[in-house]
Design a protein around this ligand. Structure first.
Ligand code: CIR
Length: 256
């Protein structure tokens, strides 16, 4: 069964790093939304494994930033926010059955900047992921037969804040966050202009989870032929998160 790891929300989540939204998340409501999210993953056929929260790590729910899968290879990242560096070890300790590679100092890399699409890995050069970290990832990717495409990110935290994978060849892009020329070969749907930064998505085995905060963009995704499943995650968005960052999903054929 395909596994998906999630991590619980600590009381300290109210002190999560928030760059852009300017309000503190409500922890009780965030926990309710997170439980709903885990339920949707399980409904979709994933084996959901919940890791415990760590009070000293306010952002630990954003588990995708701590590790990345490149096919069967598990890559331990080195988060660009110093306050988040300690999250990596406990996530690694919970995942068995994969060879491991590690991003080393002075490299930084957040999983939110890594998007594997078919035979390519798109990597965001962002305020969190630097050229050194991307260079290290590129070597690991090449070893797994994946081509790396570096995408400069502006005005948003991570690549997957502005470019949301829908399937292995389709993305929703917030215009102005990346040079879309870097996405050549992908099918691009633009976020509806009235919903700028409200959309997030996560492709699941039988559907695409989408945020309720961007219904018009979700409509465009549905029109493109996808089964969409809306979920409310206001408190996650308040902490600059989205739908990809609350889980680390094992690639379907990683262990075959
Ligand atoms: C942070 O600033 O690191 C967290 N508050 C949000 C991280 C969201 N991660 C993601 O989208 N991959």
């Amino acid at each position: 069964m395909q596994r998906a790891w999630t991590r619980d929300i600590p009381d300290s989540f109210t002190h999560a790093i928030t760059g852009s939204r300017g309000r503190r998340p409500d922890v009780a409501l965030a926990r309710h939304q997170h439980s709903d999210y885990r339920g949707r993953l399980a409904d979709s056929g994933l084996d959901v494994i919940s890791l415990s929260a760590e009070e000293a790590q306010p952002d630990c729910v954003f588990i995708e930033d701590a590790a990345v899968f490149l096919r069967d290879l598990l890559v331990a990242t080195r988060p660009g926010a110093p306050a988040r560096l300690a999250e990596v070890q406990s996530v690694l300790a919970a995942i068995d059955g994969h060879p491991l590679a590690t991003i080393e100092d002075p490299g930084t890399l957040d999983g939110g900047d890594v998007m594997v699409m078919g035979g390519r890995v798109f990597v965001g050069l962002s305020e969190r992921s630097n050229s050194d970290g991307i260079g290290q990832l590129k070597l690991f990717a090449a070893d797994r037969g994946l081509e790396t495409v570096v995408v400069e990110v502006s005005g948003v935290l991570h690549l997957k804040s502005g470019v949301l994978p829908i399937d292995a060849e389709t993305v929703v892009v917030t215009p102005g966050t990346v040079d879309e020329g870097r996405l050549a070969g992908l099918r691009v749907i633009h976020e509806h202009p009235a919903e700028r930064h409200g959309f997030s998505a996560l492709p699941l085995p039988d559907r695409v989870l989408v945020t309720t905060s961007a219904p018009q963009t979700a409509g465009l995704v549905a029109e493109a032929g996808f089964e969409v499943d809306p979920i409310g995650v206001s408190e996650i968005l308040a902490a600059d998160g989205g739908l990809t960052c609350m889980s680390l999903i094992e690639p379907k054929h990683a262990q075959e």
